[in-house]
Write a protein that binds this ligand. Structure first.
Ligand SMILES: NC(=O)c1ccc[n+]([C@@H]2O[C@H](COP(=O)([O-])OP(=O)(O)OC[C@H]3O[C@@H](n4cnc5c(N)ncnc54)[C@H](O)[C@@H]3O)[C@@H](O)[C@H]2O)c1
Ligand SMILES: [Zn+2]
Ligand SMILES: [Zn+2]
Length: 389
């Protein structure tokens, strides 16, 4: 089959690789009809994420048609149309029982590597390094899906792929980010990053009762999309978001702050931001946490900080003293996607939201390598890429 494979920093190829096979009785094989590129994939493309190996198949936002079914699978049959969550979860362990699906205790065969880095291992993820399981990803013609009775959601309606595909990741991720932000009716919510995750966090913040949503970025078309989602915006090209937020909130700060940027923030205002750039390029630092720092400094006393943005290691100079002394609540994590599949599918079916608003590029899989670059560089108005294998 054809698949997008990782061969090092900024080296993604479309290659022929072996077709996946059923390995466990709980597996299914899905023929992929649509598969997206995520901001998280950029952390692989830019070489931030350790334990990638040459030839690894990328991708974790896929959907398609079930082609083959393992012997113990009861909920799916050949021909079913499914969206596959990026988290691989067993459905039975202590964590899955508590719907903490991205923390599943049993799906990372390489948990020893993750334990060294993090103390305990989170769940295995599709196409997201050997430390997180070494599973082949879904930017491919076919995908092996373990624990198929727990993961994929069946799409019974004829809604087009682009409307349901993002149940795999970014819609639940934006929604969980807003849920984690503890939004009370009328609250002011500030969101760093107007990429796809930020866009879904904006729309979810409204669903959860926000009174004002303020979105922060420096990319014009992403800011415009945020405004189309009824957010006020701050363009950081010529403004310091902290100062503007303090003005907009009469010196109090937003009640909830969401960092939808993560490890590769661009920063221009502080010495720390410049130091991040130098240190990361020399391999002396793991992350560039400019947005995280600013979110902590901006959040009102006693407010909540929600971090869906992915961090890799030990970000430097995070103002933990400010977080502690201002009494902030911090909530974060890879999304527990399975928890959100059914309720969020309902919001698509009943017309509350049409997630396809975020799509700017629909292209053949073969164009994937170029589109990684286009998406990373935010060229050609690129906000979200959907590939057709
Ligand atoms: N927690 C999860 O389960 C989960 C799931 C999906 C994605 N993510 C993460 O969410 C983050 C966003 O994903 P995405 O797909 O939207 O990525 P993206 O790269 O398209 O968007 C990031 C946006 O942040 C903006 N930005 C950069 N520095 C900034 C700063 N200092 N202030 C304000 N904005 C800044 C960029 O211009 C860009 O528009 C990534 O870190 C990704 O890995 C997490
Ligand atoms: Zn993702
Ligand atoms: Zn589990």
């Amino acid at each position: 089959m054809k698949a997008l494979t990782w061969h090092g920093k900024h080296d993604i190829r479309c290659e022929t690789v072996p077709d996946p096979q059923i390995q466990e009785s709980g597996d299914v094989i899905v023929r992929i009809t649509s598969t997206a590129i995520c901001g998280s994939d950029l952390h692989l493309y830019d070489g931030f994420m350790p334990t990638m190996e040459a030839g690894d198949v990328l991708g974790h936002e896929p959907m398609g048609i079930v082609e083959e079914v393992g012997g113990s699978v009861t909920k799916l049959k050949k021909g079913d149309r499914v969206v596959v969550p990026f988290t691989i979860s067993c459905g039975k362990c202590w964590f899955c029982e508590r719907t903490l699906f991205s923390l599943c205790d049993t799906t990372n065969p390489n948990h020893k590597i993750a334990e060294k880095a993090m103390g305990q291992s989170p769940a295995g993820l599709f196409g997201y390094s050997h430390m997180l399981g070494g599973y082949a990803g879904g930017q491919a013609q076919f995908l092996r899906v373990p624990h198929a009775d727990v993961g994929p959601i069946k799409i019974e309606s004829d809604l087009p792929d682009e409307k349901v595909l993002f149940l795999s990741d970014i819609y639940p991720t934006g929604y969980m980010a807003a849920e984690n932000a503890n939004i009370q009716p009328g609250d002011i919510v500030a969101i760093w990053g107007c990429g796809p995750v930020g866009q879904f966090a904006i729309r979810s913040a409204w669903l959860l009762g926000a009174g004002r949503v303020i979105a922060i970025d420096n990319v014009p078309e992403r800011l415009a999309m945020a405004r189309a989602g009824k957010a006020e915006t701050i363009d950081t090209t010529d403004a310091n978001a902290y100062e503007v937020l303090m003005e907009m909130t009469h010196g109090r700060g937003p009640d909830s702050c969401i960092d939808a940027v993560g490890a590769e923030a661009h920063g221009t205002y502080t010495l720390e931001d410049i130091a991040d750039k130098v240190k990361v390029s020399l391999g002396l630092a793991t992350d560039r946490p400019a947005a995280l720092r600013q979110a902590i400094m901006s959040c009102r006393k006693g407010g909540t900080l929600s971090v869906p943005g992915v961090y890799v290691g030990t970000p430097d100079k995070v103002p933990f003293g400010a977080l502690m002394n201002k009494g902030l609540t911090l909530r974060t994590g890879q999304t527990h996607v399975q928890r959100y599949l059914a309720p969020l599918l309902k919001t698509i079916e009943d017309g509350t939201i049409d997630p396809s608003f975020v799509v700017t590029h629909v292209r053949p899989l073969e164009e994937g390598p170029d589109l990684y670059k286009t998406f990373r560089d935010k060229k050609d108005g690129c906000i979200k890429v959907v590939l057709k294998p």
